[in-house]
Ligand binder design. Sequence first.
Ligand code: FMN
Length: 406
Amino acid sequence: MNGLGGWGLRDGKAHRSMPTTADARELAARRLPNLIFDFIDGGAGYETTIALNQADLRAVRLMPRVLVDVQGEDLGTTFLGRRYNLPFGIAPMGMCDLAWPGTDRAFATEASQRGFPVCVSTASSTSMEEMLRLSDGHAWFQLYVTGSVETAMRFVDRAASAGYENLLLTVDVPKLGKRPRDLRNGFETPFRIKAPQFLDFAMHPRWSIGTLLAGTPRMANFGSGPNTRGYDRNAARAGADWPFLARLRDHWKGKLIIKGVLSPDDAVGIRDAGADAVYVSNHGGRQLDSAPSTISALAAIRAAVGPDYPLLFDGGARSGEDVVKALASGANFVLMGRPFLYAMAADGARGVSSLIDSLTSDVAIALAQVGLKRVIDINEAILASRPVGKSAGGRPILLRGSGAGS
Ligand SMILES: Cc1cc2nc3c(=O)[nH]c(=O)nc-3n(C[C@H](O)[C@H](O)[C@H](O)COP(=O)(O)O)c2cc1C
């Protein structure tokens, strides 16, 4: 925080300085009702997976290299045949507008302006068509198979008619994970403000009045068009099985990405089933409290699928340095979830914008420190040490990176 107690001036207006994701999270915790903050921040069980995602990423060390002219940086990269100006984007998140009215729209606008991807959840609070338009084609659609497989296939057709190029199928929610904070708080969808939460809302008037004026967020992809039935968050999502993947691959002509993979065997099976990319993710620790951290799973998946197969990564990345570490550990592109919601809750669209500035500058600094100019040149050689997929007593076992010091 700066000398003004965390306040700064931009464009003549006061704004909160949020140099790290932790600052945004702290502000979000103050501004959001507990029910909403916990829905965003929380996860499965004792939240061991959430903690491990971050701890294992922190434990990865980069090797600084000196005496290298690193002027003329290029943070852009190519993923699935498309060029992006940054190596990171926004992971799919349902009900984003619970963080603050207009969250989905702010994300789409940033995607368009910055030239990076925003993923649009099946449970988004702005329609998938509008998100693609606002993002100027930078949106990827995320599919859940909730309820019937036919409903899911109608979403696939809808994504094709809207003009989506990339479809992500999320496969790590065969059942909704047990999230104790939500159970304690009585969080449920469709979202309603009920009497037991009244005090919580009353103590967070900024959010409550803002949300009341904007109208309670809704599942914008449901209740209109061909998907007229409502969204049931607790419905089984187990329809996303291997036969469904084969059917989807056959039907969807665009790029297909499978999200929520941790096992190298599954990754190979998905690659062989014709998917264009595997998305290494444990749903941000929201599903299984005993899952491996995503950074520790990444190296084994990279080894299994081969050096050229596209891999996406998320889980616990909280800075541009984390992005660089994931890229060095085998990912081709990195997505983040919660940080963008924290920033929106903390300071609206301006908060999101300043978080992206900060992440971008982190990537540039880390790149310069490891002696590189271009994101596309990041590779394993910049790692000083990395987790190898096993943890003892919660701490990752570290190996020296193969190229470190060479
Ligand atoms: C509030 C919230 C809602 C989410 N909704 C979805 C969703 O609708 N579909 C999906 O595939 N993943 C969903 N996720 C998981 C994210 O896509 C992503 O995997 C996770 O947030 C990454 O971890 P991070 O938050 O540590 O970056 C959600 C995550 C959060 C925090």
